[in-house]
Design a protein around this ligand. Sequence first.
Ligand code: GDP
Ligand code: MG
Length: 737
Amino acid sequence: MQATIALAGNPNSGKTTLFNALTGARQHVGNYPGVTVEKKEGLCTAGNCTVHIVDLPGTYSLTAYSQEEMVAREYLAQERPDMVIDTLDASNLERHLYLVVQLLEMGLPLVLALNMVDVAKARGMEIDSDRLSQILGVPVIPTIARTGKGKQELLRTATDLASTMLIRKPLHISYGADLDQAILEMESLIKDGLFLDGFYNTRWVAIKYLENDEDIISRGQKANPVLSGKLQVIAARVSAHVGATLNMDPESLIADYRWGFIRSVMHQGIITRANDSDRLYLSDKIDKVLTNRFAGPLIMLGILFGLYQIVFTYSATPVGWMEGLFGWLSDTASAVIPPGMLQSLVVSGIIDGVGGVMGFVPLIMFMFLGIAIMEDTGYLARVAYMLDRVFKSFGLHGSSVMAYVVSGGIAGGCAVPGVMATRTLRSPKERLATLLTAPYMNCGAKLPVFALLIAAFFPAHEALMMFGITLLAWTGALIAAKILRMTVLRGESTPFVMELPPYRLPTFRGLATHTWERTWQYAKKAGTVILAISILLWVIMTFPGLPDQQAAQFEDMRQQAAASYPAIAAQELENAGDGAELSESAQSLAQAIAVIDSREAQAALRYSVAGKIGGSLEGVTKWAGFDWRTNIALVGGFAAKEVVVSALSTAYSLGETDPEEYQTLSQTLSRESSWSPAVALALIIFTMFYAPCFVTVICIVRESGSWKWGAFSVIFNTAVAFALAVIVYQTGSFLGY
Ligand code: GDP
Ligand code: MG
């Protein structure tokens, strides 16, 4: 025998854990809502039955607002699995019953997995699963997905029930006189018209029309426009009536009645609490402080600042080692490879280009460790919870917070998964506003750019600068979102329900895995993508090379310099080996020649393809203080933001005077006359807000379903970023920085 079982449940109910326990498949087990987006499938056997298990996306309800809910509902209605298992968090039972009610209303064959009974017990709750089963009319099996307890019984109950092919009657909830009347009226129309027959039950369809469910209405419109129109007239009539009498829309009224039903279920002695009934679970106690209306946000900012302080303080030493390592590599390569193209490629193109990015690996690692601690303890979910209030006033949604954090809200994420994380958002407009602004966050690729500029120009205030940069990114993103929501994306906001997972003590293994995975991603990208782009940039910064005539001019200048010194000095210089003592005149000749060499290198770089491109933009970018080298870096940064660092590194390495003495890029920049704190700040701001990198743009196009939004984010962001950079640079220069 064969059976298909679909796993449904709220996010964080332990659905993925149960799926893994049943099928043995490996999958990421996360801590906050929205991790399971895709449909996961697996196989297992129960007795002589082969069971095909489908892990549906986690949803709080089955409306048609978000892709998750649509996917789950579509699957349940169209594929008709033989059995649905809904996982509930026993410690949060009331909340989780909302989805149960909707599954029951759809009339699906259902078994409830009362999961996390261990957590409920630890909180002093005893749940009468038999009583719950009686009231709801479906089997309820207590489980602990983490240990696998109860999973066999669950599977057996589900397959046994599936094989009986018993048809369960859909749950009827009374929605009050007005709605009930309308539902009956609509039901008879639907039945007579055989409307949307086969997939959905009639009462459910009627309720969906009252809820103004776009998906069902558009299906109805296609199937039978006349009948659908009649249903809409009834729905509009009811809506006007409850609007006038109760000042509510039918959708909220329906939700209210469902919650009322759930409360009445809960009142029938489902839960008995241990003797001290108002004992607060430890998590709740901690939350009293950490999510306190006033103290909470302050603590959050304190934690953020503390994180940066620790990261910059403790990463300084290992970052120094990395710089030392690349300095040594660079010196060794210069000594081993004879001067010429190959040396230039290896030293300036590869070692300095990739080294510029690799040098920050320790810093990135510390940052990721900090974030892993916040995530694994459950604190990150509190951050989302607290920011929901703020976000709402900017036209965003509590779920937008997670998208921001994933994109690099704390520092060091990536906008690609961030943009995809917006799939958890119900309203398309909120979703668009979020995915267009999430790339403003400080992803892992922007981090080395900031770290470089901070080290060069603000070494005394590293943590403070990073803190300011983070606040600026959020402020910019929220303002942009608000503007979008007031103009092109105007519309209603949707409510946010989120559970706070209990605090957990992170395990060493968990932290190590999280930190390592992300750091490795960063290093791998530096070693592959950034390496390739560095070589490409080296090529366009090197070729076509100075024309013979100009090269000859520099050669002449060198000859002249030599001629103006006593012949013996030139002789001495020629014969001197590395580190030999030189006479005074030989030393000053060496210096004069080094200056000419450097001017030649500079001229060649300017003459190169990249130099021409960068130079041609200088007319505009000089307003923001960006010279042609920075322009090359920023153009390259569209491919990947780390390239801003690697390109600057290569550009300054190619024009370097004294290849014998390795300088870190931040040392070089802090000494360059064309750089200043004002330029650095303008560049930080430009990097933060300008066009998302290429891959992110592709992702925006895919997720928004239109290339227009991709183009928008490139053009709009770059224009805004440039305007801000000009303001910062001009103000800074005016004030004398
Ligand atoms: P999903 O969002 O529904 O897929 O939930 P997950 O399977 O990702 O589980 C969320 C968290 O709850 C994970 O940290 C799990 O380890 C944990 N978890 C799942 N089931 C149980 C359980 O029965 N008891 C306890 N204590 N923790 C559980
Ligand atoms: Mg999951």
